[in-house]
Design a protein around this ligand. Sequence first.
Ligand code: PMP
Length: 452
Amino acid sequence: MDIAHLTQLNGRHMLHPMVDPKITQQSSPLILEKADGVYVWDVNGTRYLDTVASLWNVNVGHNPPAIKQAITEQLDKLAYWSTFQNTTNPPAIELSARLMEMFAPEGMAKVLFSSGGSDAIETALKIARQYWQLEGQAQKTKFISLKWGYHGVHFGGASINGNPLFRSAYEPLLPGCFQVESPYLYRNPWHESDPAELARLCAEELDRTIQYQGPHTVAALVAEPVQGAGGVIVPHASYWPMLRRICDKHGVLLISDEVVTGFGRIGAMCGARHWQVAPDIMALAKGINSGYVPLGATLLSGKVAGAFEHPDRSAPLMHGYTYSGHALACAAANANLDIVQTLDLPNQAATVGAYLNEQLLTLDRYPHVGDIRGLGMMAAIELVRDRQSKAPLAAPDTYVSTLVAQARAAGALIRVQGNRVILSPPLVFTKAHVDQAMSALHHAFAAAEALE
Ligand code: PMP
């Protein structure tokens, strides 16, 4: 099929996530055809550097032979059979044991598989409620989360989402969900510029909110170790330990949404480990198999799993998906995690990520760059109309479209979300790849500034 025809069909028939369909109809899509390592090619044969690991997920890079081989070998044996009613398959069993070993330091004991991040969060929320029922505290049903948090798009995840953009078109959502301030240094209601003090203020607000709601009504706090889609908001090191202490004080479960931070992105195997905190439940997806076959996983700590295994009561888990423990997805995950562990990608993300974040500071010379922040292989460049007012500079402003187009012209795919340029490269990025990304970014920013 020729490119013009593909473009026409895409505009006519396909809805794209998070896009106004009219924009899809009016603009030419970027039609990608192949990828290898940290590069991806469009249908015209143009090569781009992948600075975003597609959607924070292709952590081991594109086209790794070992993952393809694992998938095809599994395909030749058993592509799929459900894991309902105690039926199972070797890759799923192997993956469950492997995850427990990987996350033993966080005290994880059991896993329920699903098909992605939204599923993993939905599962976490339902498990939290059932846990409290089993513990004889059925009134504990409420969820608290952070402003700017992103937890996927299902009704539960949307209800705890910290950005009204993802909620307002789908209301009414789940009752009993409340958001507290996140430790967002660049914009916070206290105008606080000291990260430790801001962390303390945010933790105090959380503590007050739980007390106000009544600890006997709150099931869980849900948070990302570094807020990703909300704009790469990196908390002070004191923040997560404070979250843990407040949850413990009030008997509230701590759910760590590790969909982005899991498997190395911020320079540790998971975000909770980076902050040296053991959560009660962890939600994983994306980097679990670098996107080769959709997969999510919800991990339960020994404490939470224990409630379901109490010898004196029956506690069936009335939750799970047709594709829970999908053999191909789990086979891809096992091969992917071999790569993550063999290459020690969390360590590489720490080293190359530090270099990336240092290099990004050179973008400070452009007047519309308001803030530059990140940790490991996650970074955001926040665009403002001017540094004084900090008024967000977002699409459809031509500054933003020029930035994206010129980065592309310089050979790099970047993502702009609202007024933030988000960078989340594959964890196999080297310093040379960072240099390549930086030269494309400088080219793009210079071109966008020239318009002003
Ligand atoms: N949680 C977080 C922290 C995420 O970043 C995302 C997706 N970007 C999700 C949940 C939802 O994952 P999915 O899109 O796979 O449903």
